[in-house]
Design a protein around this ligand. Structure first.
Ligand code: GDP
Ligand code: K
Ligand code: MG
Length: 319
C-alpha cells in the first residue's frame, strides 16, 4: 500500500467571512452532515471546526478521488476588543495561514466594509473564491447580475485580481453544493488522503455535545441573551448497550455560564420551561447525530465578566 497515489487529491479548504453569512451552513452541506452549529446570532461558531468529505471518482480507477478537509471558522469580529474576540480572531487567522484554498463567503448582493476588512487580513498567496451565498434570497436573477459584474470588475481584473473565481450560490441548494465541489477540486494538490474515507470530523463527541447545547441555547433565547454565555461539559460518560439491539448510552452534564443573574433567569425561563426545552432539543439532536441514547443534565452558573478575563476564556476551552 505504499504505491504513489497520483489518482488522489487531498487538501485544506478554509471557510472565512464575517458573522452570519452562512459559513457553518455551508460546511454542514459540504460535509453532508451537521457538524458545525448555526443560528441567526453572530458568534455562534467559536472554535475552528474541521469537516471532512471524501468523494471517490470511480472513472479515475479503484481508490481514486478527492478528500476535502474543510475548516469552518468563527466570523471575524471587527468591533469589540474583548479577550474572547481577540481569541476568536486569532483562531481565524491561524486557520487560514496554511490552506490550499479559501472560500470567502459574503451575502449575495452585499459587500460591506466589514467584508472588506476580513478580506484584507487574508494571506495574498492563497487562491480565494468569492462565495456569494444566500442567492435564494434574491428573487430575480437579473437583480444580482449588476452586482456580480461590479465585483468582477473591482476584484477580478488583471490589475488587482483578488478572487480566483466568483460563485453565486445558496448553501441550501444541493445542486450548488455539487457545483462547488467541482470548482474546488482543481485547487487541491495531488497527494494521498489524510483521513479514513468515512471520517466526518476531527472533533470529539464531547465537543459536539457542548456545541449542540450552545446552539439550542442561542436559538431558544433569541436576541435577549448576549453572546457572552458559554457551555462547559462537566460529565461525559459512555455506557455500552446492556442487551443486543440496544444503543449505547451517553450521560452528559453541562453548565451554561452566563454573565448576570438576569441572564440566568432568562435561560431557566418561566418554571424552568426554557432550560428544559434546551435539554430536550439537545438530547434529540445528539441521539440522531451519534446514534445513541442520551441523558442530559443542565445547570446555569453566573460568572460576571468572563468574556473579558483572559484566564477564564482559556479555562472555558478557547485557545
Ligand atoms: P455563520 O455565522 O457565517 O456560520 O452563519 P450560519 O451558518 O450560522 O448561518 C447564519 C444564518 O443564515 C442562519 O439562519 C442560516 O440558516 C442562514 N443561511 C445560511 N445559508 C443560507 C442560504 O444559502 N440561504 C438562506 N436563505 N439562508 C442561509
Ligand atoms: K451565526
Ligand atoms: Mg458559524
Amino acid at each position: 500500500d505504499a504505491s504513489p497515489a497520483t489518482d488522489r487529491r487531498c487538501g485544506l479548504v478554509a471557510i472565512v467571512g464575517k458573522p452570519n453569512v452562512g459559513k457553518s451552513t455551508l460546511l454542514n452541506a459540504l460535509v453532508g452532515q451537521k457538524i458545525s452549529i448555526t443560528s441567526r446570532k453572530a458568534q455562534t461558531t467559536r472554535h475552528r471546526i474541521t469537516g471532512i468529505r471524501t468523494r471517490p471518482t470511480p472513472e479515475g480507477g479503484p481508490g481514486a478521488g478527492t478528500q476535502f478537509v474543510f475548516v469552518d471558522t468563527p466570523g471575524f469580529q471587527t468591533q469589540h476588543a474583548t479577550a474572547l474576540n481577540r481569541s476568536l480572531n486569532k483562531t481565524v487567522l491561524g486557520a487560514v495561514a496554511d490552506v490550499d484554498l479559501i472560500l470567502f463567503v459574503v451575502e449575495a448582493g452585499r459587500f460591506t466594509p466589514a467584508d472588506a476588512k476580513v478580506l484584507s487580513l487574508l494571506a495574498q498567496n492563497i487562491p480565494v473564491l468569492l462565495i456569494a451565498n444566500k442567492l435564494d434570497n434574491i428573487h430575480r436573477r437579473a437583480d444580482i447580475a449588476p452586482w456580480l459584474a461590479q465585483m468582477q470588475a473591482e476584484h477580478g481584473g488583471p490589475q488587482q485580481a483578488r478572487f480566483a473565481e466568483f460563485v453565486p450560490m445558496s448553501a441550501k441548494n444541493a445542486k450548488d453544493i455539487e457545483r462547488l465541489f467541482a470548482i474546488c477540486e482543481k485547487y487541491l494538490p495531488q497527494q494521498d488522503w489524510w483521513y479514513d474515507e468515512d471520517e466526518l470530523t476531527d472533533r470529539s463527541e464531547k465537543f459536539l455535545a457542548s456545541e449542540t447545547v450552545r446552539e439550542k441555547l442561542f436559538r431558544l433565547t433569541g436576541d435577549e441573551l448576549p453572546y457572552t454565555s458559554t457551555v462547559v461539559i462537566d460529565k461525559f460518560e459512555e455506557e455500552p448497550p446492556q442487551r443486543k439491539g440496544q444503543k449505547r448510552l451517553l450521560r452528559i452534564a453541562a453548565t451554561i455560564v452566563v454573565e448576570r443573574d438576569g441572564h440566568k433567569a432568562m435561560v431557566i425561563g418561566d418554571k424552568g420551561e426554557r432550560i428544559k426545552r434546551i435539554g430536550t432539543e439537545t438530547r434529540q439532536e445528539l441521539e440522531r447525530l451519534m446514534d445513541c441514547k442520551v441523558f442530559i443534565e443542565l445547570w446555569v452558573k453566573v460568572r460576571s465578566g468572563w468574556a473579558d478575563d483572559e484566564a477564564r476564556v482559556k479555562s472555558f476551552g478557547y485557545e
